[in-house]
Design a protein around this ligand. Structure first.
Ligand code: HEC
Length: 175
């Protein structure tokens, strides 16, 4: 009788161990049709608007509206103004969202040039003579990190003000 009790107790204690399994299960199969390993975005060959949706829109929103409550400036009809002040061209590629993105240099150059269109996000903020970014330019700019982003940005905004540019970035109070 006592033996039976001990065996019963051992069985009860061992049950959770028998049920336990490794997560994720190393023997699990891929879902049908989903067997190939994921392709990194830098090799995926998506179009530029799709790259924007995947890498940028989460913060900047679909049309570049930005979101003041999330400290994300508006790009729509404003971002082109950075190209009108010295240092702005480099700043645009050095912000972490750009320089640290998973896109390769050519994709990033295409993306900035796609943003900088009179009928695109930059809209009415486009400078008169736009020089498209090249892959080589983006490659060398993105390697240099920005040490003090808020200070660098504030300096560029101050230079825009000197030129009489309205600071419609959705972040800065108008006065
Ligand atoms: C995690 C959120 C986030 C992601 C993702 C992101 N950004 Fe940003 N971006 C910001 C914030 C916040 C700023 C303001 C400067 C700063 O704090 O970095 C900014 C600044 C910028 C600026 C400078 C404009 C200004 O007014 O300062 C550009 C241009 C820009 N981002 C483009 C992009 C692009 C293109 C991508 C995608 C490849 C991207 N960002 C991804 C949050 C993000």
């Amino acid at each position: 009788m006592r033996h039976l009790l001990i065996v019963g107790l051992i069985c009860a204690m061992a049950a959770p161990l028998a049920l336990a399994r490794a997560i994720p299960n190393p023997n699990q199969k891929h879902a049908p049709g989903n067997e190939s390993p994921q392709t990194p975005i830098a090799q995926a060959g998506y179009s530029t608007p799709v790259n924007y949706q995947l890498q940028c829109a989460g913060c900047h929103l679909g049309g570049g509206e930005g979101s003041a409550s999330n400290d994300t400036p508006r790009m729509k009809d404003f971002v082109g103004n950075f190209l009108k002040v010295p240092g702005g061209r480099e700043f645009l590629v050095r912000v972490p969202g750009m320089s640290q993105s998973a896109l390769n240099d050519a994709q990033l150059a295409d993306l900035v040039n796609w943003i900088m269109r009179p009928d695109g996000m930059a809209g009415k903020s486009m400078p008169e003579h736009y020089q498209p970014y090249t892959t080589e330019e983006v490659s060398s700019i993105r390697k240099v990190s920005m040490l003090n982003l808020p200070q660098a940005r504030a300096g560029l905004i101050a230079k825009m003000r000197e030129q009489g540019i309205a600071i419609e970035d959705g972040m800065t109070p108008q006065y």
